[in-house]
Design a protein around this ligand. Structure first.
Ligand code: AHG
Ligand code: MN
Ligand code: MN
Length: 333
């Protein structure tokens, strides 16, 4: 039996892939692992402790009701980034504006992190999988100054690392630095993320489609045609596909990454820009999808090539196995 490799050991082993960032990226990923262990602990005990389940009583800038755990997770990640020394600023789903950290050490930080602290928050109170998504960039503003909006609004192609944590039947951390995708499972008995899914590849084909089909009548005809194709009995030996929709992007994405599949959150007549946020939902998962051999588009263009205009910008989102994506794109006009 081979030796258990912890996330820390793995990152240190791979440090040489980042000659420009020796040590820094390692510490940022270590900080993310630490914050996510604390959030995982809170998630695991959510039903037992006061002040974790339920609504916070506020809405975020997107008009969505914040859950208590959204805010707890947001504060936890901000705390580690603020004190880590590598990060000069952050943007998160739960903060209207980006946050530029004060103080000399933070202003000397070379990186920014954009994140969705708790993804799938409608699933918190019903004990269904939720997650955290993160995206890391090198700042474009001068080191030694405060982080700027420009640091946040970079194309997805500029990401230097991205990943997610899935608080599912086990807690997993999956990340990429542009050299493949690796997955780690938290061993609660030792409190360490251990390498469990080395060099993850998204199967080129699959038979799972994930979409909120409640929206089917308000989305474009090409997508309706694609969903009908998924449901056809004998279009290919894989047909009919299975419909699976958890309603937590991280969980739906992770299943498709492991088993093969396609995830769709399209633009609709009700939400002409789609629902998912480019900077801290779509881009990080698009980076992982591509690194694993899959694809991510808006239905019209590669997600990673969009020049962001706003912090909380939404885009239509299609991501998944290459052959399934090719077929879906061919049916969209
Ligand atoms: P968040 O909880 O961070 O606001 O994200 C929710 C997102 C995503 O996780 C999920 O796939 C999607 O919203 C579900 O939306 P619908 O309920 O409209 O299907
Ligand atoms: Mn989300
Ligand atoms: Mn969220």
């Amino acid at each position: 039996m081979s030796k258990t490799m912890t996330l820390n050991e793995f990152i240190l082993d791979r440090q040489a892939e980042f000659p420009f960032a020796t040590g820094e990226l390692t510490r940022i990923l270590g900080d993310i692992a630490l914050a996510s262990k604390i959030v995982a602990r809170d998630v695991r005990r959510a039903g037992l402790i006061d002040n974790i389940l339920g609504a916070q009583g506020e809405t975020n800038i997107q008009g969505e009701e914040q859950q208590k755990l959204d805010v707890i997770a947001d504060n936890q990640f901000i705390k580690v980034f603020k004190h880590g020394g590598e990060i000069c600023g952050i943007a998160s789903e739960e903060n209207d504006d980006f946050v530029a950290f004060e103080g000399e050490q933070a202003m000397n930080g070379k990186y920014v992190v954009l994140f969705d602290p708790l993804d799938g928050s409608s699933n918190i109170d019903v004990n269904v999988s939720i997650g955290t998504i993160f995206s890391i960039y090198r700042r474009v503003s001068p080191v030694g100054t405060k982080a700027t909006l420009e640091d946040m609004l970079q194309k997805g192609t500029e990401q230097i690392a991205a990943g997610y944590v899935l608080y599912g039947s086990s807690t997993m951390l999956v990340y990429t630095t542009g050299c493949g995708v690796n997955g780690f499972t938290l061993d609660p008995s030792i409190g360490e993320f251990c390498l469990s899914h080395p060099d993850m590849k998204m199967p080129v084909d699959g038979r799972i489609y994930a979409m909120n089909e409640g929206n089917i009548k308000i989305c474009e005809q090409g997508l309706r045609d694609y969903i009908s194709y998924c449901q056809e009995a004998d279009a290919t030996p894989l047909h009919p596909y299975s419909g699976r929709y958890i309603g937590s992007l991280v969980a739906d994405f992770h299943r498709n990454l492991v088993k093969g599949g396609i995830y769709v959150y399209p633009d609709t007549t009700l939400h002409p820009e789609g629902k998912l946020r480019l900077l801290y939902e779509c881009n990080p998962l698009a980076f992982i999808a591509e690194q694993a051999g899959g694809q991510a588009t808006t239905g019209r263009m590669r997600v990673l090539e969009i020049k962001p205009e706003k912090l909380h910008q939404r885009v239509p989102y299609y991501t998944g196995s290459k052959n399934m994506m090719d077929k879906a794109m061919s049916l969209l006009k």
